[in-house]
Design a protein around this ligand. Structure first.
Ligand code: FRU
Length: 424
C-alpha cells in the first residue's frame, strides 16, 4: 500500500493504527462509555417507514444548522411491509424482524423537519425515483452551502458497486414546513482504487461508503472522510507487531484476524466546489482488529481532531471484542497520529443486556450523540424483541482531552440546531 503522498500541499502521512492491544482495553458496561438502557416502550417516528442512519443538515465546519428556524435531518429510510405476503410468517403474522433485516437493499434518502429539534415531521424522498443510479441510497452528508439554501448531498450509490456521489439541490421553507427541490443530477465522485482502498474484486465483503466532507479548521481546505477497507486480496493482509501492539504474554495469537481490515479513508478536493477529489492514504487502519469503521466523522474541539466511527461486535476480529456503538480517536493535527479515546477507542457502546438497542451514532460538536433504535428485548431472557427503525434518545457527552464521559440523556431524536441561517 502507498503510505505517503505529496498532493495539493498535503503533508505525507502514515495511517494511525487501532491495535489489538488498544482493543483489549475495551470494557463493555463501563457507565462512562455506555448508552443508558432504551426502554421497550419507545415511541415510533412513523409507522409506515423504518428509519436508521440519521444525517443532520450541517455546514462544512460541522455545525448542525437550521434554516429559517426549521431543523432538518436526512435519514436512510425503507417502507415497512406489514401486509406484504412476503413478510408474513407461517401463522400469518407480520415478521417485522425479517422486513427490518432486509431494509439495506431498498434504502432511500428521506428528509424530515421540525421547529423544536425533535418530533420530526415527514418531508419525503430527497430524489425522485430513477434519479439515483443504483438500487440503494446509502449514508452520507447533507451540507448547507449558503444562504440561498443550496444543499450538496454527498451519499453512497450502492448496487451495483459502491460509488461516492453527490447531488445538488435546494432547501425551501415556508411558515408551514420545508421542502427539498432539485436533487436531479447525481455526480459520481470516486470509487475504491484497489491500491489504498479495497475493491469489490479484492473482497466481496468490502466496504466503501459514508462520505463526510469538511473544511479543515487549520488549513481551510476541503476534505472528505469515508469508510473503507485496506486494499489487497481478502486473506492477504498481515497482522504483524505493529497491528498487534503491546499485548501481555499469551495474547500474541491473532487467529484469523487477517480478514478484518477496516480503515477510515480521506480524500482532498482539487477544487473549491468539491466536484473533483483525490483519495489519500487512510487516516486510521484497524487491520487485525475490526472489519468495519462506518460513518467516520469529526468534532473539532480545543484545537484537536476528534475522529468518531461506528462499529459492531460481529465485525471484531478473533480474540478481541467490544459492543456495538461509536468509537473515537484524537490527534493534534488532521493527519495524526491518532490515539484511541479512553485508551481503548470505545466512546459509547450498548449495554451488554441490550446489545442491539441502538446503532449508527453521530457525535455532534455540542457533545450530543444521536442514534437509531435497532431492537430492544421485551422479556428477561432477551428472546422476545421489539424492532425499532426509529430515533433513539439522544445522549449528552463531555469530551475532555483523551477521555469522554456520558453526562446526560435527552428526548428521542433530539437534534437541536447549533446555528440558524436565514435564507435570502
Ligand atoms: C450504518 C450503515 C452505513 C451504510 C448504511 C447501509 O448503519 O451500515 O455504513 O451506509 O448503514 O444501510
Amino acid at each position: 500500500m502507498k503510505t505517503t503522498t505529496e498532493k495539493f500541499g498535503v503533508t505525507p502521512h502514515q495511517p494511525s493504527l487501532w491495535t489489538r492491544a488498544d482493543a483489549l482495553k475495551v470494557r463493555a458496561d463501563d457507565p462512562t462509555t455506555t448508552q443508558p438502557l432504551v426502554s421497550a416502550d419507545f415511541p415510533v417516528l412513523n409507522n409506515d417507514v423504518f428509519i436508521w442512519d440519521t444525517m443532520p443538515l450541517r455546514d462544512l465546519d460541522g455545525n448542525v444548522t437550521s434554516v429559517d428556524g426549521w431543523s432538518v435531518i436526512f435519514t436512510l429510510t425503507a417502507d415497512r411491509h406489514p401486509n406484504d405476503p412476503q413478510y408474513l410468517d407461517e401463522d400469518g403474522n407480520y415478521d417485522i424482524l425479517r422486513d427490518w433485516n432486509d431494509r439495506h437493499g431498498r434504502a432511500k434518502m428521506y428528509y424530515w423537519f421540525s421547529r423544536t429539534g425533535k418530533n420530526w415531521e415527514f418531508g419525503g424522498r430527497v430524489m425522485a425515483e430513477g434519479v439515483s443510479p443504483t438500487a440503494r441510497e446509502w449514508a452520507g452528508t447533507p451540507i448547507l452551502l449558503n444562504d440561498r439554501g443550496e444543499v450538496d448531498l454527498y451519499y453512497t450509490a450502492v448496487t451495483p458497486g459502491a460509488t461516492i456521489v453527490k447531488v445538488r439541490g435546494r432547501v425551501v421553507t415556508t411558515e408551514h414546513g420545508v421542502s427539498m427541490v432539485g436533487f436531479e443530477k447525481v455526480k459520481p465522485l470516486f470509487e475504491a482504487d484497489g491500491n489504498m482502498y479495497q475493491t469489490e474484486a479484492q473482497n466481496a465483503f468490502w466496504g466503501f461508503r459514508d462520505p463526510w466532507p469538511f473544511r479543515d479548521p487549520k488549513d481551510g481546505k476541503l476534505y472528505m472522510l469515508f469508510e473503507g477497507n485496506v486494499a489487497g486480496e481478502r486473506g492477504s493482509h498481515k497482522v504483524g507487531e505493529a497491528e498487534i501492539g503491546d499485548v501481555p504474554p499469551g495474547y500474541e495469537d491473532v487467529g484469523n484476524s487477517r480478514y478484518q481490515t477496516a480503515c477510515v479513508g480521506i480524500a482532498v478536493a482539487r477544487d473549491a466546489d468539491g466536484d473533483d477529489w483525490e483519495m489519500l492514504p487512510p487516516l486510521l487502519t484497524a487491520v487485525g482488529v475490526n472489519d468495519q469503521t462506518e460513518r467516520p466523522h469529526f468534532v473539532f474541539q480545543d484545537g484537536k481532531y476528534y475522529l468518531f466511527t461506528i462499529s459492531h461486535t460481529f465485525t471484531y476480529a478473533d480474540g478481541v471484542t467490544g459492543p456495538d456503538g461509536v468509537y473515537g480517536f484524537v490527534a493534534d493535527s488532521l493527519f495524526g497520529p491518532y490515539v484511541p479515546l479512553n485508551g481503548s477507542g470505545l466512546v459509547l457502546g450498548n449495554p451488554s443486556s441490550q446489545p442491539f438497542q441502538t446503532y449508527s451514532h453521530y457525535v455532534m460538536p455540542n457533545g450530543l450523540v444521536t442514534s437509531f433504535i435497532d431492537s430492544v428485548p421485551t422479556d428477561e431472557t432477551g428472546t422476545q424483541i421489539r424492532v425499532g427503525g426509529t430515533e433513539a434518545p439522544t445522549v449528552g457527552m463531555k469530551i475532555k482531552g483523551q477521555q469522554t464521559f456520558v453526562v446526560a440523556e435527552y428526548d428521542y431524536g433530539y437534534i437541536p440546531p447549533m446555528l440558524d441561517v436565514t435564507l435570502k
